[in-house]
Design a protein around this ligand. Structure first.
Ligand SMILES: C[S@@+](CC[C@H](N)C(=O)[O-])C[C@H]1O[C@@H](n2cnc3c(N)ncnc32)[C@H](O)[C@@H]1O
Length: 252
């Protein structure tokens, strides 16, 4: 693994790293640097002073390589080589909602994918963006019925209805979700930190999860990448039970 001296991430150009996944390398390096008990920051057995130290390591925005700072500079979840390869192999044109800095979208475009990205663009200024991120809201999805929807950490908390609005406007058949899902979280909210309860319930009604891959996760997160296929709304009665067809095989 590269030593820290080889890894530079001060400027956007350095972070772009010719389309290589620098963030993943930084993640692996950083996880080796952090103390062994770092994931215990939320363990009630951890003393209050130690918790304070660990939270400082994780969240200080003054520290150039704190996890939170890297998440702001790149993205909330760390793209893994395996997931980037899968998305490239599937080759579906994408529309990314709430793209933030556009880091995932930049990596995917660098791997040949056709990606339209949008965000309300009030948080990440143009100089932080890796690729073109159109300004707009969920209604833009109506224009892209032929693309798969890419949704990474769209909701700040349960009061956000952004992800649910995206589902309401989305007409396509495939949805990629990046972040936490029901039961896979350390948050006291069982629905996790990425998409609201209302979104996940609606997603599970209309879509079937056909693949789920764990992503590298910063301490305090349990991230995964999952693929969801739209179920045919027509119920079919099969020997007394209702089924809804969906394509469960992924064509790579
Ligand atoms: C937590 S950030 C995630 C950014 C990026 N997808 C990532 O994984 O790092 C959520 C993003 O959703 C965007 N967002 C929230 N509500 C939105 C809305 N109604 N329309 C467009 N973008 C929205 C925010 O501006 C922000 O960039």
């Amino acid at each position: 693994m590269a030593a820290a001296a080889e890894l530079r991430w001060d400027t956007l150009e350095q972070r772009k790293h010719d389309g290589e996944n620098l963030y993943h390398r930084l993640y692996e390096w950083k996880m080796q640097q952090l103390p062994a008990d770092v994931r215990r920051f939320c363990d009630p057995e951890t003393s209050a002073p130690r918790r304070k130290e660990l939270l400082q390591l994780l969240r200080s925005l003054e520290e150039a390589s704190s996890c939170q700072r890297l998440q702001i500079l790149f993205s909330f979840s760390v793209p893994s080589p395996q997931v980037l390869q899968l998305l490239a192999a599937l080759g579906l044109p994408l529309v990314s909602a709430g793209a933030g800095t556009g880091y995932w979208e930049f990596l995917l475009r660098s791997r040949g994918l056709d990606v339209v990205a949008f965000d309300q663009n009030t948080i990440f200024p143009p100089e932080m963006r890796y690729t073109e991120v159109l300004t707009g809201g969920p209604e833009l999805l109506e224009n892209h019925p032929d693309r798969a929807l890419f949704l990474a950490w769209p909701d700040a908390d349960e009061t956000s209805h952004f992800s649910l609005d995206c589902l309401a406007y989305f007409r396509g058949h495939t949805l990629f979700h990046v972040g936490e899902l029901l039961g896979e979280t350390l948050s006291s909210n069982p629905w996790g930190q990425s998409t609201s309860r209302a979104f996940q319930l609606s997603l599970a009604e209309d879509f079937c999860c056909v693949k789920r891959i764990r992503l590298p996760s910063w301490p305090g997160q349990v991230d995964s990448f999952s693929v969801w296929k739209r179920k045919n709304p027509q119920f079919v009665l099969c020997d007394g039970a209702h089924f809804q067809y969906a394509e469960t095989e992924l064509e790579v």
